[in-house]
Design a protein around this ligand. Sequence first.
Ligand code: HEM
Length: 480
Amino acid sequence: MVLSMGRLSFMDVAMNSPTLLLSLGIVALLIWRLWRFTVRPLCIWLAGKRLYIVTSPEDNTLLNRNTTTVSFETMVVGMYRDIGISSHGVEVFFNKASVPLGKDTAAKRPLDAILEFHKRQLTPGRNEFDVLMSSKVLPCIENTMDFTRAKGGEPFVLDTTPEATTVSLLRMCEEIFIVGVPDAFLGMDWFKSNPEMWKAWLDWERVNWKVIFDLPAALTRDMVAAREQIVDSYVQYLRVPSAERSEASYFIKSLDTVMQRVDASETDTARVLLLQTWAITGNLYKVAFWAVSFMAHDQSLLESIRTEILPVVRGEKIDESYLYEKCPELKSLIVEVMRVTIASGLVRDVIAPTVVGGKTLMPGSRVLVPYRQLHLDRDAWGENAHTMDPRRFVRDAKLENSKSYLPFGSGHTLCPGRFFAKRAASYFIALLVSKYDLRLKDEGARFPRMDLATPAPGVPLPRNGDDVILVLKERPKPCK
Ligand code: HEM
């Protein structure tokens, strides 16, 4: 039969010709591969602003190198303004190299000095780090986990019998990492002894994503209320004579000194404290929550991690400094949890034309590297990229250095708290599984679902009502 093209549609012809259909498929595939690998990054318009989306690890590396044309600082300035810091404060923090940092180091701007203090405080091997860990953070985790001390009821304990304690896992992680850890930095049990502070902070954790978006005032009232409550509490903290705040960490004392030196107002200092505490609390409690959730739902994983940890338990103490490095299953769990949960990404302002992936990014636009996309990319992680595989990094420890694995960011803004975060989370998990037998209160409870509908600066929370309720039973004490 001779086909008359005039009377048949293109689809009719294609459907009747397997060869043509195959050719079309190949062309479509080629176009997709071309788009994927050459027409990148993707550009969209969002709220009147051009947004480039970068999805390749190589382009991310390029962005990190282009620090003069792609700016983190403009974003930080915006954040300082959005949090309510005065114009004078912003001017002083960003523009004047006024803080001396020792005889061999040039004076720095307050902002850079604060980052330097963070790095000194958070680098393992430095005295500041070791003191903070051994005399503040570890005891705080130990105390919170010691239900036998009967300190008047921890807020995460739902029920106690002589045999077992029932707890809310989310609330327990909050108590340790949102109340206890900031107190380890601040001293004075500031959060713990001020319910209005810790309650405001728990609210803040659920609404602080609104700081990042330019939302109308009517939609940000809850965020502003939590923020101002925290600022008020920090103003009170700053009014306590420094002699009574002598338990504060190196970081907090140094920050306080810088603020006084540049004559920052009380409220500007309180707002800077809020931003810095946000970095400390932001993700750790959620990483701990998801890691324990996976163990609670997988008894064989729980048992193999416990078996690995018990040899480093000495008496009631755990050899913390070796824990993270000597327990590959525990380490792999934490690293994999961050791979599958991190929902945010790198965001930067383009301030001068920048060529990335064969495309020129235009000044005035914004660029986003969605880490979730990199973390779930099948090309980098294989067919089970979308599946939680707790032993992935036991099988191949080098994957942690992959360019497609960026839970702590990359380049010159790589998170200075990464060692602290991994070690504190490891210690919490080690203490939990070595001290207690744990099981789900409801054996049939479904695994908590991530709240991916609410933008999360980092790791998402579980959806409302998807907490994990655990029954903890004290294990026999190990021999000394
Ligand atoms: C699991 C927990 C954590 C995760 C996933 C995380 C993630 C990140 C990421 C992705 C960045 C880079 C942001 C960017 O380049 O845009 C960052 C920066 C930062 N993080 Fe963390 N972080 C964690 C814990 C901590 C902790 C515990 C602290 C402090 C005790 C901390 C302090 C900081 C600071 C000060 C910065 C800013 C660095 C700079 O401006 O150069 N982080 N974090």
